[in-house]
Design a protein around this ligand. Sequence first.
Ligand SMILES: Cc1cc2nc3c(=O)[nH]c(=O)nc-3n(C[C@H](O)[C@H](O)[C@H](O)COP(=O)(O)OP(=O)(O)OC[C@H]3O[C@@H](n4cnc5c(N)ncnc54)[C@H](O)[C@@H]3O)c2cc1C
Length: 266
Amino acid sequence: MRRRDLLDLLGRGLPADTVRWDTPVASIRQTPAGVEVEGESYAFAVGADGVRSAVRPAVVGEAELRTSLLSTASWRFMAPNPGVDCWTVWSSAAGAFLLIPVDAKEVYGYASALRGGTVSADPEWLRTTFARFPDPVPQVVDAVLTEQSSLYHSPVEEVRVDRWTNGRLVLIGDAAHATAPVWAQGAALAVEDALVLAELLATHDDWSRVGPEYERRRRPRVDHVQAMTDRLSKTASMPAWIRDTILPFVGPRTYRETYGPLRSPP
Ligand SMILES: Cc1cc2nc3c(=O)[nH]c(=O)nc-3n(C[C@H](O)[C@H](O)[C@H](O)COP(=O)(O)OP(=O)(O)OC[C@H]3O[C@@H](n4cnc5c(N)ncnc54)[C@H](O)[C@@H]3O)c2cc1C
């Protein structure tokens, strides 16, 4: 699903002016009655502002971001679908190249290093790194380098903090627990956080009790995804001959162990 489609879906049915677009939050602080955001008072505030959250310092102080064990950065892009019909990844010691079909015409692509390697912000990195990969990888690289409008380079950073709540201020999604996209769970965890928090706010009269309860509900699931992310990142970073020997055996089991616990409602 594209981000703009998700935003359209979430915004449907909201009264006009509920969302204030293009309004960056820089100042936020606890008050005896609730939370003050940019000088305005609220009974409760949620920091859903991503990996470089401006809200997080008000909850946990300045926390250092952790570089992913897998890759310092990645390229993401949309490209014409070369004929893949399921989640398909090619990898070597040089890097990993993932294609996920959006539909018959288009794929979402992700390319990164392995073993915590660097990924140049020069798009030519894609050509150099994946030149010797089998088709359709070089063909897709050619397509995205010819039409670069969807190419997006960003660091792969993680947030591992021991607190997501402070009084009536709560962090959700990447602001609380950004995790390398090894299991593609970041968006799901963020949406689950929002659902659980909405349920707790709707069922508690005393909102000062919501934060700890939210954290108690969400920690085990997030801890699980982060632990499995580290596990697969380490496996993927092994020397190729070991990785390629053990993955056919441990891969399916790890897949079940990762996704199995996530099938129950949050
Ligand atoms: C390379 C890569 C690939 C990924 N692939 C997948 C995948 O396949 N599947 C998956 O589920 N997840 C994936 N993820 C993770 C996923 O993108 C995130 O987990 C998800 O977007 C988190 O949602 P969020 O709403 O918490 O944060 P974000 O999506 O980062 O949204 C934060 C929002 O806050 C706004 N904002 C930021 N600062 C401020 C401020 N000061 N004031 C006001 N607004 C602000 C931003 O503009 C943005 O709109 C990937 C991540 C990376 C880095």
